[in-house]
Design a protein around this ligand. Structure first.
Ligand SMILES: Cc1cc2nc3c(=O)[nH]c(=O)nc-3n(C[C@H](O)[C@H](O)[C@H](O)COP(=O)(O)OP(=O)(O)OC[C@H]3O[C@@H](n4cnc5c(N)ncnc54)[C@H](O)[C@@H]3O)c2cc1C
Length: 312
């Protein structure tokens, strides 16, 4: 109950422009600033430095240029250009070629055809260079259109793309069948957004139970799924299921967010599992950051300490 109230509270706060201004002022300005725990930096150079540090720990990575919900075609075009620059910078740097992006960042709210064109521009540069491009899943009003765009691109022959499904949504088990039939690589998550009862499970136990069912399906059907969670219980069950069903450790991967459960990331690598870390960076970090606080109100304490320390 408390968790749900806290979660709602943070999703409301995420819309506050005053808070956004304050956070933007203090959150990233020094290497020790509070937002840096979850955000690799504001520039692609900082993201690449973080990527190198992860690779030194034998972790895989996916770079995510933060941004979402752009409201003009100009902003969508500039986000697309920035992504193309990220692709070039990654190629030049030699770090692993793997990115994640959001369709609303490429203009989905303004014009669907433009968003698809923008995504295609990125794929045209990224795929021949051996990148894998994961299309993140946003909140439920975007589920249908995201899957539809993914399917269209898949039918057009793009194969270095992957999709995300959220166990919190009641529809996701059906969507999983559809994506599995296609042969698509699925990243399985619990879901980061506050969703209404009509479309989403409200109890953590229900979200977790759906996660376990879907995790077994993705592991059994074997299109190199990503089990994206920091939940030790889910991870242990995935390991157990993989062992029991002879799913080799190179047939799937775990994924975690930058700065979260670093201990678990390292211990899984030591046990011989593949772990990919989602590395968010860029100036538009506030909504992402607030979702991380909403997930775990305990994070607020360390953020407040950071703000008090910075503003003095
Ligand atoms: C690689 C990756 C990509 C993702 N992509 C998407 C996406 O495209 N769309 C989407 O909706 N969601 C995405 N998510 C977020 C996901 O939906 C969850 O909101 C998030 O992972 C928290 O859920 P959990 O599975 O870790 O389990 P929870 O039950 O929330 O947490 C389990 C444990 O993990 C730790 N933990 C979890 N969150 C935090 C935190 N913020 N700070 C500190 N500790 C924490 C705590 O120890 C907690 O007890 C992604 C997550 C990952 C790891």
């Amino acid at each position: 109950m408390i968790d749900r109230v806290a979660n709602t509270f943070f999703h409301l706060l995420a819309q506050s422009s005053v808070l956004k201004k304050m956070a933007s002022r203090y959150g990233m300005r020094r290497p020790t600033s509070f937002a840096r725990r979850f955000i690799a930096g504001e520039t692609v150079e900082e993201a690449i430095a973080a990527a190198r540090a992860l690779e030194a720990r034998r972790l895989h990575l996916t770079l995510d240029l933060l941004g979402e919900s752009v409201t003009s075609l100009d902003s969508a075009a500039s986000a697309t250009r920035e992504y193309l620059d990220v692709v070039d910078a990654v190629i030049a740097s030699g770090v692993e070629r793997f990115i994640s992006l959001k369709l609303t960042q490429l203009g989905l709210d303004v014009d669907k055809a433009t968003a698809v064109d923008n995504l295609r521009k990125i794929l045209e540069r990224a795929e021949p260079a051996g990148f894998f491009v994961r299309i993140d899943m946003e909140n439920s009003p975007y589920t249908d259109v995201t899957l539809e765009i993914f399917e269209t691109l898949w039918q057009q022959g793009y194969r270095q793309i992957g999709v995300v499904l959220q166990s919190a949504l009641r529809r996701s088990e059906r969507d999983l069948q559809r994506m599995t039939a296609l042969g698509a690589r699925v990243r399985l998550v619990k879901g980061a957004y506050k969703e209404p009862k009509s479309v989403a499970y409200q109890k953590k136990s229900e979200v977790d139970a759906a996660y376990v069912r879907m995790m077994k399906t993705v592991l059994a059907t074997g299109h190199y799924p990503a089990i994206a969670t920091h939940d030790r219980a889910m991870i242990d069950l995935a390991k157990q299921f993989a062992r029991d069903h002879n799913v080799a450790t190179d047939k799937f991967e775990f994924q975690m967010l930058y700065g979260i459960r670093r201990d678990l990331q390292t211990s899984l690598v030591k046990e011989g599992y593949r772990v990919r870390v989602y590395v968010p960076f860029g100036r538009e970090w506030f909504p992402y950051f607030m979702r991380r606080l909403a997930e775990r109100p305990a994070n607020v304490g360390f953020v407040l300490r950071g703000i008090l320390g910075e503003s003095g």
